[in-house]
Design a protein around this ligand. Sequence first.
Ligand code: FE2
Length: 344
Amino acid sequence: MRTRALSILVAFAAAAATACGQPGGGPDVVNVYSARHYDSDRYVYAAFTEATGIRVNLIEADGDLMIERIRADGARSPADVIVTVDAGRLYRAQAAGLFAQEHYGVIAPGVPEHLRDTDGYWVGFAKRARVIVYSRERADASQIANYADLADPRWAGRVCVRSSSNVYNQSLLAALVERMGEEAAEAWARGVANNLARPPQGGDTDQIRAVAAGECDVALVNHYYLARLANSAEAADRAVAASVGLIFPDQDGEGTHVNISGAGVAANAPNPEAARAFIAFLFTEDAQRAFAELTSEYPVLETVTWSNEPLAALGGFREDEMNVARLGERAETAQRIFDRAGWP
Ligand code: FE2
């Protein structure tokens, strides 16, 4: 798989160099706007072209900037497909009117209902879990089983987590609001904010590194950041990964919070047929396997097998089956709670 991935990647890079990222038209091309910058995606796009003859014109941008750009282009937008991470961000794009309504139950059969939008604006093609990592040296794993435990005064001055402006934290808090109501969710956010070892800084990988470096004892991160450190070619990264343990929270309750990487056909897609074919392709066994093997995300199709030792080593878990569409709907409430709770 990896060898084939690499050779296709090289072919794709050559094609991309001539395409220069200029949006094109016609039925032999699909214009894909993506906020993801991963080898897995380049592999999948090249495999799609190989299978269908439809060229992928890839336009990469950062999440919120990409949404703004497509919105500003309005009806003239050449976007056929919009790809981004986190249901919270997909919701923002949806609220900006960027997606067409489609029957993703037909385009992507087998995707669990809770991983696609209830109104048909987008569909999740890969899955991520928000987990707790802890220092194997300084934290007692038997004292952490739930998100709620991070708010326990026992962890005062020992928790690392990134800023509340990050969509991953917003979506987690949105899930907690949906699950237990605003008041309890605010008490939780306040408890975690009180336990911070340092003002939030950096991304999820930085939180894992901070645990390894002794700056904090527990941290809240997306699972794939740990798998990627464990998969790294750098021995120092692998040492960081080895020094921490991972807990899938809330196994005795609602299950671990999961989120998605998702895609949808753009509202003004010049090539809607190609867009649907492209999205359908994200659910082929080959593509689903690529997300697990190259990006350490989980496939959304349960039947797909994959081989990625560090990802497998994280273990299995039970996930919260709350529809991820709820996360975006609760995002504003979550942001207000973060502000009130003093989580910077
Ligand atoms: Fe991420």
